[in-house]
Write a new protein. Structure first.
Length: 194
């Protein structure tokens, strides 16, 4: 049991790397200090729960999958799409299996199950979680554009084109038609949402 606990502690430290690893696509777009992979995964989980609730699925399951959807990047990093044309990374399920090797079986099954379901893309929750990944990228691109980064349109276009659910498409259109701080302006002007 002590060895299994040591492996769990190792995994938790490894996952912590996601707080330091930056999303590399934004570096290509000229963003000097882009979000971390953990930053991306956090908002993706929130968005996944929202989309899934709107679609009538289990929001907790979609959010849970989203928390694990990029954990493999501790080992293979965040390879930009142009790099993926030339590099062949191991499948996410394989990386995850290596990451959880030697930890308690119940924990390994939980993590492998979340990653496997996300990668299979068959459940409503997995589809919503994948849409959340794309919608988060789109929203982040809008925010970077508002900060003066002009090279983000390809991320907006590809993210929008990849969305599958009606709810994600509606949310994307709304995000594109409003500014990232309009919510605050409305609140300061007395719109309490009532």
């Amino acid at each position: 049991m002590a060895e299994e606990l040591a492996k769990v502690a190792d995994l938790l430290y490894e996952i912590g790397l996601l707080k330091r690893y930056k999303r590399t696509g934004w570096l290509v777009a000229g963003v000097r200090d882009p979000e971390s992979i953990a930053d991306h995964s956090f908002r993706t989980a929130i968005i996944a729960s929202v989309i899934t609730a709107m679609e009538g699925g289990n929001p907790e399951r979609a959010a849970f999958m989203s928390l694990f959807h990029d954990t493999q990047e501790t080992r293979v990093t965040d390879i930009p799409y142009i790099g993926k044309r030339y590099l062949k990374a191991a499948p996410n399920e394989e990386v995850t299996a290596d990451q959880v090797h030697g930890i308690p079986e119940t924990v390994a099954q939980m993590i492998n199950g979340a990653v496997g379901e996300y990668e299979e893309k068959t459940s409503l929750e997995a589809v919503c979680a994948r849409d959340a990944d794309k919608l988060e990228c789109l929203i982040q691109a809008v925010e970077y554009r508002e900060q003066g980064h002009q090279n983000v349109q390809p991320w907006i276009d590809s993210s929008l084109a990849a969305l599958k659910t009606a709810s994600a498409k509606r949310l994307a259109n709304e995000a594109l038609s409003t500014g990232s701080l309009e919510w605050m302006t409305r609140l300061l002007n007395g719109d309490q949402g009532t």
